[in-house]
Design a protein around this ligand. Structure first.
Ligand SMILES: [Zn+2]
Length: 499
């Protein structure tokens, strides 16, 4: 049977505030020893009173505006009650029926078409402590009369407890794992442009839970949904959802029912496994947080925040097309990452070319970034802003190429070395002996040698096989170790063989 896939994503993003959500503890605890960023409030001591972090509220409103949400006037915080070892107070201060933002959307490109994906709500809450599960050493196991096993005991680090956490709940508008991936990439890019979160999934500052169900194509019935957790990369989300689509298909095809439950993604095995049956919302016994007053968001405040909104990805893409005459496709790729777009503009500025040459130079820089640079970044799995090649260094390399001091083949070699070592282009050209072979006599001699050594290819070319020239050019390039200009070499060979 044909099925339709229904996916809705819930994203939790840590906010880049200086202090935690309801107390004055520093939220910059990433490098701190465990349990050093704590106070009675985030430890959940009886009798303490929380206060609201204004910056966190502003960041949430900024996000709501960027996601085309309606910013609510009457908001409040609610208590979500449940017991878990990582929850210091035994409840979480979250938002239930009066979040900051409601009914927004973001757009993705699906099958060459723009598709709008709905956002149900954007709200603010607090993070929980971090648990680290450890296996007991033989000595510990002996001391406690237990057997050493996988998760013999757990350590609690309270530093993260009470850090501001923004939740963005998406509508079940997503129809495939690929659309889900695009939604996440777009959402993360927007948060990075706003500067409200690092959006780093591997470090857990951007986390995603996915709800997924299947229904027979053409029906509108809501089928039991499965919540998938524990995915810590975009790729993991994609793979986990692909796995669930296939698993649920099989369950329905064998005339059984998919059970509503929470499943965890096991990265190494590439499967989801059942964790628990899904709790209903009323299990949390939400009620208005008695220690915090309702928060009225004045229109002037919202207007002031709107004024401060930075340029967002789509606006920047359109500006790149206008200002640098890039194709919409290239501009989209460059602005898809704030770091990449910033790097591109830094290079353009560094090149300092007159207006008349701006678009040519911009195109050249874009080609390098979207070609060689992205390739090496992907291979070494790093972001462009942490690369050893700074914009100034890349522009210097392009200048050497433009001035004919190195060939384009040599430029690629130098670029790879720059990427590895961070050394300047000119220094590497000298140390690697890659300066362009500009001595016409030397080049003519090498061409002559190659022609003598390869009578077969020469014969082929003379017999009309045009592609034989490519082989001969390749041989000369090899003999010069890429120091010659391939086009010049091609012309030399043709002239020689025509004569
Ligand atoms: Zn605290």
């Amino acid at each position: 049977m044909e099925y339709e896939t229904i996916i809705g994503l819930e994203v939790h993003a840590q906010l880049l505030t200086r202090s935690k959500m309801y107390c004055g503890c520093s939220a910059d605890y990433a490098a701190a020893p465990p349990n050093t960023h704590v106070c009675p409030v985030c430890l959940g001591m009886p009798g303490v009173l929380p206060t609201i972090n204004r910056q966190a509220v502003e960041y949430t409103i900024m996000t709501a505006l960027a996601l085309n949400c309606t910013v609510q006037v009457n908001t409040k915080f609610d208590r979500k009650n449940y017991a878990y070892p990582d929850l210091m107070k035994g409840y979480q201060i979250s938002q239930y029926d009066a979040p900051f933002g409601t009914e927004g959307w973001l757009t993705i490109e699906a099958d060459g078409q723009k598709k709008r994906l709905g956002i149900i709500r954007v709200h603010l809450e607090e993070d929980v402590a971090k648990l680290t599960h450890r296996a007991a050493t033989p000595a510990e196991a002996f001391a406690h009369r237990t057997r050493a096993s996988e998760e013999a005991y757990s350590l609690v680090d309270v530093n993260r407890a009470g850090a501001p956490l923004m939740e963005i709940v998406g509508c079940p508008d997503i129809r495939s794992p690929e659309e889900a991936r695009q939604y996440l990439v777009k959402l993360r890019t927007i948060l990075q442009y706003l500067g409200v979160s690092t959006g780093n999934m591997e470090e857990g500052s951007f986390r995603c839970d996915a709800n997924i169900s299947l229904r027979p194509m053409g029906t509108q019935e809501l089928m039991p949904k499965v919540e998938v957790k524990n995915m810590n990369s975009f790729k993991a989300v994609y793979r986990a959802l692909e796995y669930e689509v296939e698993r649920q298909k099989k369950v329905w095809d064998t005339c059984e029912r998919v059970v509503q439950e929470t499943r965890g993604w096991l990265e190494e095995k590439g499967v989801t496994v059942s964790q628990r049956s899904k709790e209903q919302a009323h299990d949390y016994r939400y009620f208005p947080e008695p220690d915090l007053p309702p928060l009225v968001v004045g229109r002037e405040w919202v207007d002031a925040i709107r004024e401060k909104l930075p340029e967002l990805p789509e606006d920047r893409r359109d500006r790149f097309v206008r200002e640098y005459a890039l194709s919409a496709y290239d501009a989209g790729l460059l602005t898809g990452s704030k770091a990449m777009a910033d790097y591109f503009e830094a290079c353009v500025k560094e090149a300092g070319v007159p207006k008349t040459e701006l678009t040519k130079k911009a195109k050249e820089i874009a080609n390098w970034l979207l070609g060689e640079f992205i390739r090496l970044l992907n291979v070494s799995n790093i972001e462009i802003n942490t690369s050893k090649i700074r914009p100034k260094a890349l522009v210097e390399l392009l200048k050497l190429l433009e001035q004919g001091k190195i060939s384009s083949t040599a430029a690629k070699t130098v670029f790879e070395e720059m990427f590895k070592t961070g050394k300047p282009a000119a220094e590497l050209v000298a140390s690697l002996g890659l300066a362009q072979l500009s001595d016409a006599g030397e080049l003519a001699r090498l061409v002559g040698e190659v022609l003598v050594k390869n009578p077969q290819a020469v014969g082929d070319f003379k017999a009309g096989k045009e592609q034989a020239i490519g082989f001969l050019v390749g041989q000369v390039m090899r003999a010069t170790r890429g120091r010659a200009d391939a086009r010049t070499v091609g012309e030399l060979i043709k002239a020689r063989l025509a004569g």
